[in-house]
Design a binder for this molecule. Structure first.
Ligand SMILES: [Zn+2]
Length: 294
């Protein structure tokens, strides 16, 4: 039996899972990242959860893969664009390999999500899968024939940083009017704060029972931008399915009003692309990490 261990390195929690060769989950555990204690502490936490995973299979042979926000530069081997800021600029893969004394592969967390959903989740019957994460930011991934397509610049799937309004809000990526500034959790919260002068989480806003006129306008715009953004993706790659993950994916309106807005903008008289909520939920990241392991 060749076991697969995956570790999903998040900003608040680190999760591990052990899969058997048929991708059944045999073990799963999570501990706090405690990123405020610094990068060395995070490496120790990874070591702790890795040891728990290997203990569960009595140290038998296994592969290891890690999912993380951000990406590892092919040139410098340094991590960039992680929201766990203390890890940026570090040779994360090399440091973890040294700590665990084990070779491993590492991949962006949205790519891990998409690969897991394409292999075992909502996309398992499809060959061309576009995965989107709508959480604090808007990430994504692209899987073709069960293989990740990351691209020479490692930006495949980064739909969140396409501009949909040149005069739109500033984005942290130094551009204006990125999709992420309109329909990510943080983007939506900024819009609500500016327009309604009130602080409410995007999750609570989207789950309100009743919307007043101003709130309804914000909600309608949210669907319109969602439709515009994903129709642009679909017009270019025409995927077999779009799978939505992340905290905002639980909002059912995305698959009704949001989907209607997508279909309005697709360059087809008979739009058919399924826009589907993920099937693996919280587990997708760690399963994807296990699948990419070496
Ligand atoms: Zn941006």
């Amino acid at each position: 039996m060749q076991y697969k261990i995956g570790i999903d390195l998040g900003g608040t929690k680190i999760e591990s899972a052990v899969l058997d060769s048929d991708n059944n989950i045999l073990f799963r555990e999570r501990i706090a990242t405690q990123s405020h204690l610094g990068s060395e502490h995070i490496l120790n936490q990874i070591n702790i959860i890795y040891n728990m995973a290997t203990d569960s299979i009595k140290n038998q042979p296994h592969t290891l893969g890690i999912g993380t926000p951000g990406s590892i530069s092919k040139d410098t081997q340094l991590l960039k664009n992680s929201n766990t800021l203390c890890l940026n600029g570090l040779p994360l893969k090399i440091n973890i390999e040294k700590k665990l004394n084990k070779k491993l592969s590492i991949e962006n967390d949205a790519n891990c999500f998409t690969l897991a959903e394409a292999t075992l989740g909502a996309g398992k019957e499809y060959s061309c899968v576009f995965g989107v994460i709508m959480g604090t930011g808007c990430g994504g991934g692209f899987v073709f024939n069960k293989k990740l397509r990351t691209g020479p610049q490692y930006i495949a799937g980064e739909w969140g940083h396409s501009t949909i309004d040149l005069d739109g809000p500033n984005c942290y990526c130094k551009k204006n009017g990125c999709i992420e500034t309109y329909i990510s959790g943080s983007g939506l919260e900024k819009i609500i704060s500016n327009e309604l002068n009130t602080e409410i989480s995007s999750y609570d806003f989207l789950n309100k029972d009743k919307f007043n006129i101003k709130e309804q306008q914000i909600l309608n715009d949210f669907y319109r931008y969602f439709g515009l953004a994903l129709s642009n993706v679909i017009n270019i790659i025409d995927p077999d399915i779009v799978i939505v993950g992340g905290g905002l994916s639980n909002h059912n309106g995305l698959y009704e009003n949001g989907k209607r807005e997508i279909y309005k903008n697709i360059f087809s008289n008979v739009p058919t692309t399924p826009i589907i909520k993920n099937k693996l939920g919280d587990s997708a990241g760690v399963i994807g990490a296990a699948i990419i392991g070496i």
